[in-house]
Design a protein around this ligand. Structure first.
Ligand code: ATP
Length: 514
């Protein structure tokens, strides 16, 4: 399937099988805002839980909090969001379409990268088994030329953005002859900065109302609670505070389904460390977070690191874990070495000391911070798009299957009486549901022929189907069918719980990280 078709299929499948709906669809929807449906909410909960267990439960020096979305407005002055949380936007004068200037340039570079990939594929064909990718990309003249071009462009973009030289960003767009992707027009306005925070008001009357922002990240709720948590939890450095929750950004361009939303959810962890140890912890968290992703078995080649050229105002090192989405490699998670920027700023603006007293060294200092920040919705999209597969079976028929990691699948097993009209079978199937539902999310389905029911469960991503038939009544056995292989096994009803647990247990999956 071509990538664009694949992405369309992802969006329509997410709707058809009750995962993601457009928000307020009956009113024609709201741009870049989505609702999670009955299966989507379960998948989202399971992802959140898988993250929380890995971060909070498995680390005795990380605790979790749940801070409010509203925060005192000075928070956002101190954090730099009021002055610097901007995206460079550019309008096309002919089409009246608005774009992020940096994204236009990055997309241009992605096209050059596609040319590199084409060269690699050609060479792979030519050299067969003897092909060495690493050697090829570091020696082939054409590939080196393309790579140099990308590096030069991104370096210049990074520098101009860092220096707020927006005229040079426009000059770059013009020099590269970048056109409006929708219309081909090159008639651009100047580049302007646009603040991404949503404002709102707190208070009953217009005169006394206080201007507030909807938080654009969850991190600040952690920083302002740093001392409260440290003291009440008697935490010793190094320690972490994790939280998951909604964040809001008035994104300029939001056309990629749940990849870029205006209301989304983050899963963030701030790790407080001794100044000077940030490099070591940066590497530790890079490695640990990649292991978490890989534990889900979505293909190691689908991840890569992208170290930042342009660093945010608070960071001394930053990398993204990028995932191979249907529209190419894009940021899934950010890992940032934030120095003491946030705590120092909050100290300055609040007038309160936010320092840590090291009892052993008998000294106080402002801790440095290592942050891991992943978008729950982006993780959802990565999982969903990677798991959605079209297969041609041996008999030539097609099946659509959503091969979600069993630990995250919304429904773990569907219990199916072979014949609806046979009361003995339906009763037995319902009894199995009653028994299993204490431990797993299970479904009961009696409608349609068994083959169609299997296909329906494949498409919705249920890892196991349990079929109750005449033999079940005789000898207390059922057929267990595996979604991914379609293999069927006859097993004793008493064994069901144990067999399913072995495959869906968080422990079984998280152990892969060690
Ligand atoms: P991008 O460059 O894609 O705008 P960012 O670098 O601004 O992302 P961060 O501020 O580092 O993102 O936020 C951490 C994580 O939050 C991102 O890695 C991403 O997974 C998620 N995220 C950020 N913005 C959005 C959004 N608009 N919709 C969904 N998820 C988002």
């Amino acid at each position: 399937m071509a990538n664009e078709d694949k992405f369309k299929k992802v969006i329509s499948h997410a709707k058809e099988y009750g995962y993601v709906f457009q928000s307020s669809e009956i009113y024609d929807g709201l741009s870049a805002v989505y609702d999670y449906a009955q299966n989507g909410a379960e998948l989202k909960n399971n992802i959140r839980n898988y993250w929380w267990k890995a971060m909070v439960q498995m680390h005795d020096n990380i605790v979790g909090i749940d801070a409010a979305i509203f925060m005192h407005p000075t928070t956002w002055k101190a954090s730099g969001h009021v002055d610097a949380f901007n995206d460079p936007l550019i309008d096309n004068k002919d089409s009246k379409k608005r774009y992020r200037a940096d994204v236009l340039v990055e997309d241009y570079c992605a096209k050059i990268e596609a040319k590199i990939n084409k060269e690699v594929k050609k060479a792979e064909k030519r050299f067969g088994d003897a092909f060495n990718r690493e050697e090829f990309v570091t020696t082939n003249g054409r590939v080196l030329g393309y790579q140099e071009k990308i590096d030069t462009i991104l370096k210049r973009l990074g520098k101009s953005l860092e220096n707020e030289d927006l005229a040079d960003v426009k000059a770059l767009i013009e020099e590269l002859e970048i056109a409006d992707p929708m219309t081909g027009s090159r008639n651009w306005t100047d580049v302007k900065q646009f603040n991404l925070m949503f404002g709102t008001k707190l208070g009953a009357s217009a005169e006394t109302a206080m201007e507030l922002y909807l938080r654009p990240e969850t991190a600040q709720g952690i920083f302002v609670n740093f001392l409260n948590v440290q003291k009440t939890g008697r935490m010793k450095i190094p320690f972490g505070i994790a939280q998951t929750g909604k964040a809001f950004r008035n994104e300029i361009v939001a056309r990629q389904f749940i990849f870029r939303m205006r209301e989304f959810e983050q899963m963030e962890m701030q790790f407080f460390i001794k100044p000077g140890t940030q490099k070591e912890w940066f590497n530790y968290w890079k490695e640990t977070r990649l292991k978490w992703h890989k534990s889900l078995g979505m293909g190691d080649d689908n991840y890569r690191f992208h170290d930042h050229e342009k660093l945010a105002h608070y960071a001394d090192a930053a990398t993204d874990i990028e995932f191979n989405f249907p529209f190419g490699f894009k940021e899934l998670e950010g890992i940032h070495s934030r120095t003491d920027f946030d705590l120092s700023k909050h100290e300055e603006y609040s007038g309160k000391k936010l320092q840590y007293f090291d009892h052993e060294a008998k000294e106080s200092y402002t801790p440095y911070v290592l942050e891991t920040s992943i978008g729950l919705d982006r993780m959802f999209l990565a999982l969903f798009s990677n798991s959605l597969q079209e297969e041609t079976l041996e008999d030539g028929s097609e099946r659509t299957v959503l091969k979600l990691p069993a630990v995250l699948a919304p429904t773990k097993a569907a219990i199916l009486p072979l014949v609806r009209k046979d009361e003995a079978l339906t009763e037995m199937a319902k009894a199995i549901v009653e028994d299993l539902k204490w431990e797993f999310n299970v479904a009961y389905d009696e409608k349609d022929a068994i083959g169609r029911r299997y296909r329906r469960q494949d498409a919705v991503g249920t890892p196991f189907c349990i079929t109750v038939d005449g033999e079940s009544i005789e000898n207390h056995t059922v057929t267990l069918r595996y979604r991914d292989t379609m293999e069927q096994k006859r097993i004793k009803i008493e064994e069901l719980r144990h067999l399913i647990k072995a495959e869906v247990d968080v422990k079984h999956w998280l152990m892969k990280m060690s």
